[in-house]
Design a protein around this ligand. Structure first.
Ligand code: ZN
Length: 133
């Protein structure tokens, strides 16, 4: 599943959606909280500009809603159905999960969002190098 060239690879690693050669982020670890929104301007391998248009990543907020629900459902299933905690504990577990995984959810949403618009193109690196020289 985590093979280079699949959208899943770019989404889970936060790598450039076009060439998959480097991280889009200044700090690839989402828990470097002060840098969570800091993205490189362009991919140094293929030259892709990540912010396709101004405020491009606002759209990722819609995605983060869905991703957040997925995490909440997972927390509910694990806590209430598997461990068998009370509803109140389950609720606390869901809120806790959303807080702890917020950086991951934010990053995943951006990665999913940009992958809607950019396709993997293994030839893009060569094309970019051809332009540079
Ligand atoms: Zn790239």
């Amino acid at each position: 599943m985590l093979k280079k060239g699949t959208k899943m690879y770019s989404i889970l690693t936060g790598n450039c959606p076009r060439c998959h050669e480097e991280s889009m982020y200044e700090k690839s670890n989402p828990y470097t909280l002060s840098k969570i929104f800091s993205m490189n301007e362009r991919c140094s391998h293929c030259g892709l500009k990540y912010k396709i248009e101004p405020s491009f990543f606002y759209g990722a907020m819609y995605v983060s809603y869905g991703v957040g629900i997925a995490f909440a459902v997972a927390a509910f299933v694990i806590s209430f159905l598997f461990i068998g905690t009370s509803l109140l504990t389950t609720f606390i577990a869901i809120v806790g999960t959303l807080i702890v995984f917020m950086p991951v959810i934010i990053r995943l949403s951006r990665n999913i969002w940009i992958n809607f618009f950019v396709k993997y193109d293994p030839t893009s690196v060569k094309k970019h190098e051809a332009v540079k020289t």
